[in-house]
Design a protein around this ligand. Structure first.
Ligand SMILES: [Mg+2]
Length: 473
């Protein structure tokens, strides 16, 4: 096991790399942007716990002095206030990046991941959870983006064709070996290579199944729910998801409406976003059973492993799904060990980046639990599609009972947005992790000084002054 590093390295004291401008290239900058979108105004993304999210990204760009001019892009997703805190946490990692050899970093992102997780002082803010861990995820993902771009491959393909031994070396097995050893992980990855070429051809042809949450936000009217559910079925989706948990009578009405619209053959998942205690989760889910929900998502606290197990036992055959707020691989391990979940929902930007998600995918494969990633927000679809496609090609070998969440928001801000065709994510072809935002998005939605937010403040000030004058008059 590596010794815990005592502190971040000083810039520029890395071991000397081989000669030549590409070989000696270093990371020269880590820039963070606080990007916020005013999504709360349309109630997009509204659920029982988060009634007014402003989808946001603490967005990081790694610059290098390599002649190829490539940069690494990554982000943590937040829902508004606190995105500045997230951005500061990412900036706190800067000393670990500046001066680091690009070639060495891209050949072994796991070493950076271990250094960041092991910082002897920052570690106190977790360990391996919350704002600091999400900051690590953003930076580590930016490195994977850069590594895949340098290879000229989309990340899904870069991972699927990587040597199993190397992939195992990228996983931190600390705290996992009672459930999954490196030897078992290697065996899973080696077995996963069987039939890779045929699956890849199929993936390029059909894409990876998606389901949509667009119809089901809690703040939408029944008319909007009906229209969007009809559109989802017409667009080829075979599963939709509805937010629940604020009011049972409302939930029943909305779920019945959705079921009547989509018919018996389309799966309807329901998502409580952690709203309930365990007993309430059981009662409420049983009450919704009449509309045949496919899964109940986040019925209770994401930390409550035994609570999820109790809910699962009580509400079967309705499946239990969770993971978007699961903070690290250790909690995922426990959920699997306790038989607490039927569906595991990884999130590309919640845990410590690709390396930790590799660990979670391996755990899920070992326990035979399907992974249906959380996505939506801003850019989560763009990122996580790569992980599911890798999972299919190199690990699970199937898309049966698997689908990636899809929400039709904010994709236009990305240089290479996701493409959905007939209810499937199209396999990305552009090199990298699909994480890069358009330059215009940075100038418009940077908070608080982007052009959108500046104009918004000015408009509010004018409104306020007018209202004040009226009062005075
Ligand atoms: Mg959810």
């Amino acid at each position: 096991m590596r010794p815990t590093r005592l502190g971040p390295p000083d810039a520029g004291i890395q071991a000397t790399a081989p000669a030549g401008p590409a070989a000696t290239a270093r990371i020269t900058s880590l820039t963070v942007h606080d990007i916020r979108f005013p999504t709360s105004r349309e109630l997009d993304g509204s659920d029982a716990m988060n009634p007014d999210p402003d989808y946001s990204a603490a967005y990081v760009v790694l610059g290098t002095d390599a002649p190829d001019g490539l940069a690494g892009h990554g982000f943590a997703f937040t829902i508004g206030r606190g995105n500045d805190v997230q951005a500061v946490a990412i900036a706190a990692l800067r000393p670990y990046l500046i001066g680091r050899s690009v070639a060495e970093l891209c050949a072994d992102p796991g070493s950076l991941s271990r250094d960041l997780v092991g910082d002897s002082q920052l570690r106190w803010l977790g360990p391996e959870k919350g704002v600091m861990h999400m900051a690590i995820g953003a930076v580590v993902n930016a490195v994977w983006d850069l590594a895949a771009k340098r290879r000229g491959e989309p990340l899904w393909r870069f991972l699927a064709h990587a040597e199993p031994e190397w992939l195992v070396s990228q996983v931190d097995f600390r705290y996992l070996t009672d459930a999954l050893t490196p030897g078992e992980a290697l065996a899973l990855l080696r077995a996963g290579r069987d039939g890779l070429a045929a699956r890849e051809a199929g993936l390029r042809d059909r894409g990876y199944p998606a389901y949509t949450t667009s119809p089901g936000w809690l703040g939408y009217s029944d008319a909007k729910l009906t229209r969007l559910a009809e559109e989802a079925v017409a667009a080829g989706f075979t599963q939709i998801k509805l937010k629940v948990g604020a009011d049972l009578a409302d939930d029943l009405r909305r779920c019945r409406t959705a079921r009547a619209v989509v018919g018996p053959d389309i799966r309807i998942a329901v998502d409580a976003n952690q709203r309930w205690d365990v007993a309430e989760a059981i009662t409420w889910t049983r009450a919704l059973a009449e509309i045949d929900p496919y899964w109940i998502e986040e019925p209770t606290s994401p930390d409550d492993v035994l609570g999820h197990a109790a809910v699962r036992r009580a509400v079967a055959p309705v499946r239990v799904a969770t993971g978007e707020h699961v903070q690290n691989r250790i909690v995922f391990k426990q959920l699997l060990q306790a038989g607490a979940v039927d569906v595991l929902q990884i999130d590309a930007a919640r845990v410590g980046g690709v390396n930790e998600n590799l660990a979670v995918l391996l755990l899920a494969a070992k326990y035979g639990v399907p992974v249906c990633p959380h996505a939506g927000g801003v850019g989560l679809c763009e990122l996580v599609q790569h992980l599911s496609m890798f999972d299919y090609l190199a690990l699970s070998g199937t898309t049966e009972n698997r689908a990636i969440e899809y929400v039709d928001h904010l994709h236009e801000h990305f240089v290479t947005p996701v493409e959905i065709r007939d209810g499937h994510y199209t396999a990305p072809t552009a090199p990298g992790f699909s994480a890069e935002l358009r330059p215009g998005t940075l100038t418009t939605y940077s908070y608080p000084d982007g052009t959108f937010w500046t104009a918004d403040r000015a408009a509010r000030t004018t409104e306020h002054t007018a209202a004040h004058k009226e009062e005075q008059g």
